[in-house]
Design a protein around this ligand. Structure first.
Ligand SMILES: [Zn+2]
Length: 137
């Protein structure tokens, strides 16, 4: 399917330590300079030629960055029982944005998180039915 993509990104620093096996240095609490990108995709534009209001998704992303900035991910309730990998982090953020973004023309929301210059993971949520306001996770 042919689609438009609108994306916004932000940098922030947060801490974590990995669980469940011997991951060397990653088992000790440390900081990452995360870069998170929120992407919204859809095949139709509104009458103004927009997929959505970009100010809205910037403010949603700012809210989340403000919440996670300088925190230890392991201490937060949404990471309880989870290894705070960038895969899990992308899933959690994608779930939050999926519940918040109100853009009828948007079919796909994706969150991509870099934990270093060369390493990223993403999670993608797809809304299959144009009439269904909810995204599948
Ligand atoms: Zn780490």
């Amino acid at each position: 399917m042919n689609m438009y993509t609108v994306a916004v990104k932000r940098h922030f620093v947060a801490q974590h330590y990995l669980l469940g096996d011997d991951w060397g240095e990653e088992n000790r609490k440390h900081s990452h300079h995360y870069l998170v990108e929120l992407q919204v995709k859809g095949s139709k534009l509104d009458k103004h030629g927009y997929l959505l209001d970009i100010m809205d998704i910037q403010s949603y992303l700012d809210e989340q960055v403000h919440y996670y900035k300088d925190k230890t991910l392991n201490d937060l309730p949404e990471f309880m029982g989870l290894n705070p990998s960038i895969e899990c982090f992308a899933f959690i953020l994608c779930k939050k944005f999926s519940q918040k973004i109100n853009a009828p023309a948007a079919n796909i929301i994706a969150v991509k998180i870099w934990e270093s210059d060369n390493v990223w993971a993403s999670y993608t949520s797809v809304k299959y039915d144009d009439h269904d306001a909810k995204f599948e996770l």
